[in-house]
Design a protein around this ligand. Structure first.
Ligand code: NAD
Length: 305
């Protein structure tokens, strides 16, 4: 990076995650040009010291590092190919996409950017909105090692565990494997709670027992209480997990890897979203089990032929 200890940054995508991450970079003293298709999001970051931009092209024109935190693959491709990262970012710069998107599309963008002497890192995150707010994200990074070494200081402003995992796309691959484990684990917790409930055991006590043994998991610990209480509030949303599971299955198709458990839980996420739970937290997957076990039927209807 430049001799200045604070390289010029651009941050594209100021939603639930991006606004917190960009906020930390601004608070740390970096000059950060900010852009989002929502002008309110840009205004809010400008009030915290960000430099408001009216387009991607304007935001990235003098950026040594550009960071994106966008919903999915098409939005990142738009920002790179159509809106200006490829055309307007200075040569020698680094583009870090921290969204969760397709590893294959990531490799393709890295190749195109490399032709313009721009390095691309894929740095998806784990830790959710609370991790973003507390600058405690886990960041898994793929791309050229030399670009990672140059960007690590900036990544450390947003996260506590920064891990270089290999070639372009490797960060996204690791992130998607992370999501697979999370979703199948949530499903396992739902099944145990559904069976325990139908058998009449005390679910709070059962959860305590399981947490003390080899069935313990992050999902059981963090999401179990909300499942038992029927609290569906987000957290990490059902529709975001469904997006990630579709990326997992796309990758599995390309690599000829059968993922039967992931396929099944993906169908259950589709069912949950069809019942209006897309904006609810992932623990709302338990509502699928409510329906499968008749727990959602109004009392007056129960037993009706
Ligand atoms: P979000 O929808 O809250 O934010 C995305 C932002 O991008 C929005 O402000 C939107 O206006 C903006 N945007 C969309 N298209 C744009 C474009 N073409 N140009 C500029 N701005 C554009 O999403 P989020 O929850 O912040 O998630 C962002 C990414 O991080 C996703 O890939 C998600 O899977 C991943 N992620 C989210 C969480 C979470 O808990 N929310 C956790 C880990 C990873």
């Amino acid at each position: 990076m430049s001799s200045n200890t604070f390289p010029k940054l651009a941050f594209i995508g100021l939603g639930v995650m991006g606004r917190e991450m960009a906020g930390h970079l601004i608070a740390a003293g970096y000059p950060v040009r900010v852009f989002d298709i929502s002008s309110d999001a840009v205004k809010s970051l400008a009030e915290k010291g960000g430099i408001a931009s009216s387009s991607v092209a304007e935001a990235v024109a003098d950026a040594e590092i550009t960071i994106s935190m966008l919903p999915n693959t098409p939005q990142v491709e738009d920002v790179v190919y159509r809106d200006g990262v490829l055309k307007h970012m200075p040569r020698g710069g680094i583009f870090i996409d921290m969204s969760t998107i397709s590893p294959e599309a990531t490799r393709s963008m890295a190749d195109h950017l490399s032709e313009k002497s721009i390095s691309m890192l894929d740095g998806p995150v784990s830790g959710g909105p609370i991790g973003a707010k507390n600058a405690a994200l886990s960041i898994m990074v793929g791309g050229e090692r030399s670009a990672f070494d140059r960007a690590e200081t900036v990544l450390k402003v947003m996260g506590t565990t920064i891990t270089y995992v290999g070639a372009p796309g490797a960060g996204q691959t690791v992130k998607l494997c992370n999501q697979l484990v999370c979703a199948v684990n949530i499903q396992a917790v739902c099944e145990a709670l559904a069976l325990g409930r139908a058998s009449g055991v005390d679910l709070e006590q059962m959860r305590d027992v399981l947490l003390g043994g080899s069935a313990s998991s992050w999902m059981l610990e963090k999401l179990g209480p909300a499942m038992i209480a029927g609290d569906a509030s987000a957290g990490f949303r059902i529709d975001l997990m469904l997006k990630d599971l579709r990326l997992v299955l796309e990758m599995a198709g390309q690599k000829d890897v059968p993922l039967p458990a992931t396929s099944l839980v993906t169908s259950q996420y589709v069912e949950a979203r069809a019942h209006g739970e897309g904006s609810n937290g992932n623990q709302a997957l338990f509502k699928v089990y409510d329906r499968m076990t008749g727990q959602d039927v109004p009392v007056a209807m129960a037993g009706h032929p």
